[in-house]
Design a protein around this ligand. Structure first.
Ligand code: MD3
Ligand code: FE
Length: 199
């Protein structure tokens, strides 16, 4: 089953409860090798959303701006993207090359992400695939111009979202988290996994 929202394709409930629990364990493994951090915005403010990555590259932000870096800030290599996560990419990303980055975003109570475009990758022809785990989020998506019409949908635990083609450069963000809406994560909150081809 799939649903179109502003050009994005959402597969609601794509992951079973067991698959979600296994994926949370895999995310814990990523976080052991590459601990979460709070990136600084280019304006020097720490983000509420905590992040880490797996894959050849990880996403990073500081006063110099947004970019992909080949190691965790500790200097260690980013861990490999777990097979459970790669399998989702293979199932929905058509014939795209393998993902080079799995960005892990953790939203605690009150965390949100303002409307933005994903423009730090070299080739916008490749899709972006996102997996939601834990608390339900209100996701907003607009067009490719700032200030245009937007649509909102709830992203629930186990939902998979694919942004490809014309929507790859759509403005999008997370307005809020319904804290405590899912029992998946013992401390509550939301994990979002975003898979991208970077180079
Ligand atoms: C629409 N993350 O990390 S994932 C991000 O839920 C990001 O953590 C949000 O936006 C989150 O950059 C949304 C869904 C998503 C990911 C990539 C997109 C939507 C997208 C790329 C283009 C358009
Ligand atoms: Fe984004």
């Amino acid at each position: 089953q799939k649903v179109q929202v502003g050009g994005a394709v959402v597969y609601p409930g794509a992951l079973s409860r067991d698959a979600q629990m296994a994926m949370v364990e895999d995310v814990r493994g990523i976080a052991r090798a590459a601990p979460f951090f709070s990136p600084l915005t280019p304006w020097g403010k720490p983000m509420r959303v905590r992040m880490t990555s797996a894959g050849r590259f990880g996403w990073w932000s500081d006063r110099k701006g947004y970019r992909y870096i080949p190691t965790h800030p500790s200097g260690s290599a980013w861990p490999a993207i777990p097979g459970s996560i790669l399998a989702v990419w293979d199932a929905v990303a058509d014939a795209a090359p393998p993902p080079e980055c799995c960005l892990v975003n953790y939203y605690c109570e009150g965390a949100k992400m303002g409307l933005h475009q994903d423009k730090d990758e070299a080739n916008f022809a490749h899709p972006v695939v996102s997996i939601s785990l834990g608390d339900t989020a209100t996701f907003r998506i607009g067009g490719t111009e700032r200030g245009g019409k937007t649509q909102s949908i709830a992203l629930k635990s186990g939902d998979v979202l694919v942004m490809g083609g014309a929507t790859r450069l759509a403005y999008h963000g997370i307005d809020r988290i319904k804290f405590g809406s899912s029992p998946l994560l013992p401390d509550g909150g939301r994990i979002n996994l975003t898979l991208r081809v970077v180079t």
